[in-house]
Ligand binder design. Sequence first.
Ligand code: ASC
Length: 150
Amino acid sequence: MKKYLLILIAVATSLISFSAAAQFAKPEDAIKYRKAALTVTAAHFGRLGAMAQGKVPFDAKSAAENAEIVAQMAKLPWAAFGEGTDAGETKAKQEIWKQGAKFKEASDKLQTESIKLSAAAKTGKEDAFKAAFTATAGACKSCHDDFKNK
Ligand code: ASC
């Protein structure tokens, strides 16, 4: 029984590491993927920013839809910052790999703030939306300051 359990664990863990490695065939695929994910995120975040800054009128439905997309998209880029994806067509700073825990903290912060932003947008209250937008933009900015080249 114990033997089968060990075999099961061995197979399961090998599948997990296989799928992690197989997620991107080449480093440039990972770089392309994370840039695409962040580009889509920025497009939807930009629509929220226009409302938060009063450039377009606040529209609760649009705010809720775009914030939901941002919250979902914010989960995606991080798996594409694996080892060996530091060189090439990227503005990623070396600090991402040198300070992995700090980078993880920054990416977690974005996810937490964007979930709060989505919740705030769903209330339909403009003030709550604006405050949560500012907090989320702060998470974008501090991560860019530390981990993204100009
Ligand atoms: C955006 C965008 C970013 C962030 C950042 C917030 O709309 O594309 O990267 O906001 O500028 O400070």
